[in-house]
Design a protein around this ligand. Structure first.
Ligand code: F6P
Length: 315
């Protein structure tokens, strides 16, 4: 097992479930530490049903992680394949996001070890699954924080821009925005000029609504500048609040833990059946899997109708 890239709440629940299910099938399990870095340096630990006890409720990853840009270099991928072979690893469960799966795909080209991915990222941007482990937790963390911010927005009649994570995609911002009743949602997938935002705010003011929440994904650009521009073009007091890394940590919700257990079972099943190069996922309520290559090459579609729904609801 390995948990590369950004951590996500529920990764520990997945480590626990993979270990215990694999153990019950008579397999031995090791966990590489610090993501791909541990694979390059052969830093690993033996995992047993007992050693993964008491972690289901913990955020982060007990295996630790790192961003490991060196893993993109072909000579390092070859080295990782040699380390897998030296440790007699028949199957590697990669718990992470799209970047981790791209690494797994590169590795699969050099190694005979079977690779199976378990999607775990707060961004929910993995093709082939409706939901990733950690997404629900991150949504709820951001919602709890914005509900508090709304109190000040209303008392002071201010506009708040609240930046949530998501450098590339807006799944998190969209779901958070809908859940807090945001007046405006800004996501990278949908261009929205400042003047349009100003228009909405002015229209709201005419209707007597002088407080507002704008949920913006990190990927839409410099939110400080956006706040300044809106302030310049209106008579509103505008404040910026960044939810930040609180979204990546904390105790996973029941939903994130449940997904971790379901995905782990499917991942171990695939490996036991000798099926590699796949990523497990949830599609229309059913736990299934898609090809690793497909996950890496395709972009998960985002339902832009949800933006219209949010707009309709925030009158
Ligand atoms: O992929 C998860 C994520 O939190 C993104 O939402 C964010 O853009 C990125 O990771 C930040 O990564 P890092 O912590 O490595 O700067």
């Amino acid at each position: 097992m390995v948990t590369p890239g950004g951590d996500a709440p529920g990764m520990n629940a997945a480590i626990r479930a993979v270990t215990r299910i694999a153990h019950s099938r008579g397999l031995q399990i090791i966990g590489f530490e610090r993501g791909w870095d541990g694979l390059l340096t052969n830093r690993h630990q033996h995992l047993t049903p007992r050693s993964v006890g008491g972690i289901i409720q913990l955020g982060g990853t007990m295996l630790h992680t790192s961003r490991c840009p060196e893993f993109k270099r072909p000579e390092n991928v070859k080295r990782a394949a040699e380390i897998l072979a030296a440790n007699k690893v028949d199957g590697l469960v990669v718990i992470g996001g799209d970047g981790s799966f791209k690494g797994a795909l590169d590795l699969s080209r050099e190694s005979s070890t079977l690779m199976v991915g378990i999607p775990a990222t707060i961004d929910n941007d993995v093709y082939g699954t409706d939901e990733t482990i950690g997404f629900d937790t991150a949504v709820n963390t951001a919602v709890a924080s914005i509900d508090k911010i709304r109190d000040t927005a209303i008392s002071h009649e201010r506009i708040f821009i609240v930046e949530v994570m998501g450098r590339q995609r807006g799944f998190l911002a969209l779901e958070v925005g809908l859940s807090v009743g945001a007046e405006v949602i800004l996501i990278p997938e949908h261009e929205c000029a400042i003047d349009q935002v100003v228009e909405v705010l002015k229209r709201n003011a005419q209707k007597g609504k002088r407080a507002g929440i704008i949920v913006a994904a990190e990927g839409v650009g410099d939110t400080r500048k956006i706040a300044e521009e809106i302030a310049k073009k209106t008579d509103f007091e505008v404040r910026l609040s960044i939810v930040g890394y609180a979204q990546r940590g904390g105790s996973p919700t029941a939903r994130s833990r449940l997904l971790a257990s379901l995905f782990a079972e499917k991942a171990v099943d695939l490996l036991v059946q000798g099926q590699g190069n796949r990523v497990v996922g949830l599609q229309n309520g059913v736990v299934t899997s898609v090809e690793l290559k497909e996950t890496c090459e395709k972009e998960k579609p985002l339902d832009l109708r949800l933006l219209e729904l949010a707009e309709m609801l925030s009158i």
